[in-house]
Design a protein around this ligand. Structure first.
Ligand SMILES: [Cu+2]
Length: 132
């Protein structure tokens, strides 16, 4: 019986010693903080929503909602005939061209609904920018 009790005691001591050692190792591991900063870039997504394509013979999209201060960019894409972007309400007019790759920008400084047309195709090519 005595031998058995000593054996159990020794086993408990050994177990507790191992447990303490384990905790110490874990604590050391926790203090090593490996934090990798993750850059968040969300502005590119919103910029992508402010583009309008000028194609034969429509604006894509023909309706767009933006925020006050946003700049809308119209880009001529695969155009074979001349187009422009003209708005009486917005007070802007682009050049008239058939050159693909041409871009025209307008910054909307006040809220409102601004209809625009292509003056070459005023009935076919119409669009609306809603500024909120
Ligand atoms: Cu046109």
């Amino acid at each position: 019986m005595k031998h058995l009790k000593l054996g159990i005691l020794a086993a408990l001591l050994a177990a507790s010693t191992v447990a303490c050692g384990g905790n110490a190792d874990n604590n050391n591991g926790d203090t090593d903080q490996t934090t990798s900063p993750t850059p968040t870039e969300t502005t590119d997504d919103t910029n992508g929503a402010l583009d309008v394509s000028v194609v034969d013979n429509e604006f894509e999209p023909d309706e767009l909602t933006v925020a006050v201060g946003d700049t809308v960019t119209w880009t001529w894409e695969n155009t074979q005939v001349p187009h422009n972007v003209h708005s009486d309400e917005g007070g802007f007019t682009s050049e008239t061209t058939a050159d693909s790759g041409t871009t025209f920008e307008h910054t909307f400084q006040e809220a409102g609904t601004f209809g625009y047309i292509c003056q070459v195709h005023p009935t076919e090519m119409t669009g609306t920018i809603t500024v909120e």
